[in-house]
Design a protein around this ligand. Structure first.
Ligand SMILES: [Zn+2]
Length: 73
């Protein structure tokens, strides 16, 4: 894990996909643009934790990289 990449907390949610449902990681408030971003978390049979880590932000203006971590309750 790079110390230079910002950590961003994400909530795991179930989403519908073409084959039924899958997982998604939701960033409520992006640290770069303030928007809500949704990142794929795999399909029903995947481990969503495998999709955490370095991801490209979904900012409209400029994509940057952040490190997704699971939000703890
Ligand atoms: Zn953003």
């Amino acid at each position: 894990m790079s110390a230079n990449v910002l950590e961003v907390k994400a909530n795991l949610v179930k989403v519908r996909d073409g084959r039924g449902w899958g997982w998604a990681w939701v960033v409520d408030r992006c640290p770069f643009c303030g928007m809500r971003h949704i990142h794929g978390g795999g399909g029903r049979d995947d481990n969503p934790s495998d999709f955490l880590g370095a991801r490209a932000s979904h900012c409209k203006s400029r994509r940057r990289e952040y490190n997704l971590i699971e939000k703890e309750e």
